[in-house]
Design a protein around this ligand. Structure first.
Ligand code: BG6
Length: 485
């Protein structure tokens, strides 16, 4: 990474820039993971000078990266920060931006354009960049990082892909899904494919079902305006939960190359059975937390779900007949993301226990956050009894095992990968479209006469009882496999 590189952030006065992007870049700088020569240029509508931009970003970094902030380091880092005022539909602003970049770069440089803006500006900005010939790769690479949400249904995602491809090749587009940059999510690949002992069991012969939970205790808060348009399906399922599903269910890629990994992910997403009119009522649950309608920014009669649970099936050899249960919601009891791989029960029980119900099966809990680690549940004999047994956990915790190695913020990782040109942690156009293809069938089902009722749940609970029923009617139940021990 010796060639000079410019990082241009569109939407520089926004929350994401202050909370994640600049602190992430600052941390990369401290770890010497930025190119030797670089500039960071912010662009947004606010009338800031370079100095004002630096001072705002300093406040943010001090607050959101307090454990790594050092005044001396910041002073060095901030000399790389610049700011240009401009609106995204103003061609002159882009001309000014290009001029300023060229002056500061002084020699041919690479450029990373980060679109930290509302989706309606994605294409507008790319068109402006194209018009000013700022996307040509003659003098160095040009990459565009696109924030989420990428489309609001299959048709809009397809249209956006098509329009972006008029100006950019696929290899220049980096679509963000910050879940992919979480260490524990990346570890799913390592766990599955750098070990031999799990892969032989990772299929319909041994696995009864898989649960993927991503719940949050916060309510919609000040994001109600956005959220009421999106709802939990578009906000969490289409991207994060579908990506987690793909990582758990994919076939082993031949290499750790971005396209090899993304080929396998796309393949499995394309194998998800569409939700049908005869399954939407039994395989999906939707609900709103009590009080949601009173939040500022929420439409009077809003029918936007803040919670959903889905049962999905993957139509391939490995997963035939194995349900995947996914759930996510706001204003719930706790903040936790975990994946439970529930194994089948032993086929025959030789121990003298009362009834079959108490035969418990093994499960593996991949704890994504906040207690990062992995738990394996199995039965153990209780000492000093004939054959009493109880479930125990074999546990791995990042905190204990990698003491002193802080887990970096997802955005730090994403920025570093985009600068290095590794797209493994970013979604490809076909993957995004495959995820939307499935989610669209759920949305259509919910808009149809076959839709399940809109349930409600109390804030701080585990969600509606209908969500429990989704599993209990098949003799299963939601697990919390990652609680702190
Ligand atoms: C975002 C959603 O993509 O992910 C938010 O828009 C949600 O609504 C957030 O709160 C959750 O991310 P994390 O990393 O805190 O689990």
């Amino acid at each position: 990474m010796t060639k000079p590189t410019s990082i241009v952030i569109f939407g520089a006065s926004g929350d994401l820039t202050t909370r994640k992007l600049i602190p992430g870049l600052y941390n990369l700088y401290c770890k010497k993971r930025l190119p030797n020569t670089f500039i960071i240029m912010g662009l947004s509508r606010g009338a800031w000078t370079d100095e004002q931009f630096r001072s705002e970003m300093k406040k943010g970094t001090k607050k959101f990266s307090s454990s790594t902030f050092l005044e001396e380091k910041w002073q060095d880092f901030q000399s790389h920060l610049f700011y240009t005022e401009g609106l995204f539909d103003d061609a002159q602003a882009f001309e000014r931006l290009n001029g300023r970049l060229a002056t500061l770069e002084a020699s041919p440089a690479n450029r990373l354009y980060y679109l930290s803006v509302a989706p309606r500006f994605f294409l507008m900005i790319v068109e402006q960049l194209a018009q000013q010939v700022m996307l040509s790769e003659q003098e160095g690479w040009r990459r565009v990082v696109v924030e989420k949400p990428f489309g609001h249904d299959l048709a809009s995602a397809r249209a956006l892909n098509h329009d972006l491809h008029q100006h950019l090749s696929e290899h220049q587009i980096y679509r963000i899904d910050h879940y992919l940059a979480k260490e524990t999510v990346q570890n799913i690949l390592v766990f599955r494919f750098a070990n031999t002992i799990y892969e032989p069991l990772w299929n319909r012969n041994y696995i009864d079902h898989v649960q993927i939970t991503a719940v949050e205790s916060v309510d919609v808060g000040h994001r109600a305006g956005y959220y009421d348009q999106a709802g939990v399906l578009k906000d969490m399922f289409q991207n994060h939960l579908m990506q987690l599903t793909a990582l758990v269910a994919m076939e082993p890629p031949a290499s750790f190359d971005a396209d090899a990994v993304r080929n396998e992910k796309a393949k499995v997403l394309k194998s998800i059975q569409p939700m049908m009119p005869d399954t939407i009522g039994t395989h999906s649950v939707r609900a709103q937390y009590e009080g949601y309608l009173d939040a500022e920014g929420v439409a009077d009669q809003s029918s936007t779900p803040t919670y959903a649970a889905l049962q999905l099936h993957i139509d391939n050899w490995r997963w035939q007949g194995v349900p995947f249960y996914l759930r996510s919601g706001k204003a719930l009891k706790t903040k936790a993301t975990e994946i439970i791989v529930q194994f089948k029960r032993p086929p025959h029980m030789m121990f003298p226990i009362d009834n079959d119900v108490s035969i418990r099966s093994n499960y593996l809990a991949l704890c994504i956050q906040p207690h990062e680690g992995i738990h394996l549940r199995f039965e153990a004999k209780v000492p000093d009894t004939d054959a009493d047994m109880r479930p125990v956990d074999m546990e791995f915790h990042y905190d204990d095992e990698f003491e002193g190695l802080a887990i970096p913020e997802a955005y730090e990782r994403l920025l570093s990968e985009a600068i290095e040109g590794d797209a493994t942690l970013f979604t490809r156009s076909d993957g995004i479209e495959a995820a939307w293809t499935y989610i669209d069938t759920v949305l259509q089902g919910w808009a149809s006469a076959y839709a399940p009722p809109m349930d409600s749940y109390t804030k701080g609970s585990w969600g509606p009882s209908s969500s429990d029923l989704l599993l209990t009617k098949n003799g299963r139940f939601w697990r919390h496999g990652c609680a702190e021990h």
